[in-house]
Design a protein around this ligand. Structure first.
Ligand code: NAI
Ligand code: MG
Length: 343
């Protein structure tokens, strides 16, 4: 399609852009450049959150940021650092809760010609995003004894299971597996599992099964191809996401979306990587692929396809890749190579 025809097919979107902390500004700028190269018209509304916002605005999660996402309904988000110390609850968890972004969708798909343990792998981590131990309800019972509350509700467990099965149908997937520890946490994980199987009854075309989480981790490392959509409460989903990123070549490659009824944010699985921040060497692939997920969410399928193809072409050619994949290219050089392919 010619550039001009393409432009007439898209409408202008206003999107909240959160550069974030650490490598965040470097990788989000790479993603923004590539997204803009597709010709989709976007007005970015830049907002600050995390450690950076604390310095500027005295809050890790300013109201302006929340209001901007509520207004625009879509955000592209860099990683945010939660300052260490008492009194700071996780800024990322806080944002997901504030917007009720209950479904964390993390596709784990190997990229062409990228050396990794499972080059054929293609599964999706579906993580409940609003409760479990991440409710942050902790207190000191007596000095030397603390209690951390794991909250599991029928409502949230049913909602994530339904999202997972509907996703499986929509995406032509065959199977959904719940991962849990219901043998030990009979009430909490037991409820999560019950809700999963209850929802499964409405989707006879999708095979449903479950695995205890410790065995599931071993199975994921040894035979991950047996899984398709995997569904978990918050803590297991957090840990298993990073494990799965390792199966396809590392954290630099795993994208994600946080989906709610009213809004959605798109961000990589990884964090702000302070160990490599400011060096211009972070791999922007994960946030760029999150950008592709965002384009699909916006209905910009053609742009999403072209950006994906351009990234795949760069990987296939293999000479431009960031140091985490054994290459010498900078974050910006990788983005430029992708943009040249988008044409
Ligand atoms: P991390 O994910 O930032 O880094 C883990 C390791 O992976 C590091 O060695 C890092 O250099 C590497 N890595 C991560 N992303 C990479 C990329 N794009 N390219 C190349 N290498 C990459 O995890 P860490 O160090 O435990 O957390 C750092 C900070 O990030 C913490 O403050 C944490 O709270 C925050 N965090 C934020 C998240 C978010 O905003 N959604 C998610 C996870 C952590
Ligand atoms: Mg994590």
């Amino acid at each position: 399609m010619k550039e001009k025809e393409r432009a007439t097919k898209t409408m202008k979107h206003t999107i909240t852009l959160i550069p974030g902390d650490g490598i965040g500004p470097e990788i989000t700028s790479a993603a923004v450049r590539a997204i803009e190269a597709t010709g989709v018209e976007i007005e970015w509304e830049t907002q600050f959150g995390g450690a950076q916002a604390l310095e500027k605005f005295g809050s890790t999660l300013p109201d302006e940021l929340i209001d901007s996402i509520k207004r625009n309904k879509v955000a592209l988000k860099g990683p945010m650092t939660t300052p260490v110390g008492k009194g700071f609850t996780s800024v990322n968890v806080g944002l997901r809760k504030a917007l009720d972004l209950y479904a964390n969708v993390r596709p784990i798909k190997a990229l062409p010609n990228v050396e990794c343990r499972y080059p054929e792998l293609d599964l999706v981590v579906m993580r409940e995003n609003t409760e479990s131990l991440y409710a942050g309800l902790e207190h000191v019972v007596v000095p030397g004894v603390v209690e951390s509350l794991k909250i599991i509700t029928e409502k949230a467990s049913t909602r994530i299971a339904r999202y997972a099965f509907e996703f499986a149908v929509r995406e032509g997937r065959k199977k959904a597996t719940a991962m849990h520890k219901a043998n030990i946490m009979k009430l909490s994980d037991g409820l999560f599992l019950d809700c999963f199987y209850k929802v499964a009854e409405d989707f006879p075309e999708i095979e449903a099964d479950d695995k205890i989480i410790d065995n599931a981790c071993m199975q994921l490392v040894m035979r991950p191809e047996q899984f398709d959509v995997i569904v978990m409460e918050n803590l297991y989903g957090d840990i298993v996401s990073d494990l799965c990123a390792g199966l396809i070549g590392g954290l630099g490659l795993a994208p994600g979306a946080n989906i709610g009824e009213e809004a959605a944010t798109f961000e990589a699985v990884h964090g702000s990587a302070p160990d490599i921040a400011g060096q211009g060497i972070a791999n922007p692939t994960a946030i760029m692929l999150s950008g592709v997920m965002m384009l699909r969410h916006l209905g910009e399928m053609d742009a999403a396809d072209r950006m994906t193809k351009a990234m795949h072409d760069v990987f296939r050619e293999g000479n431009i890749r960031t140091p985490d994949l054994g290459g010498k290219a900078s974050t910006a050089e990788f983005a430029t190579a992708v943009i040249e392919k988008i044409g």
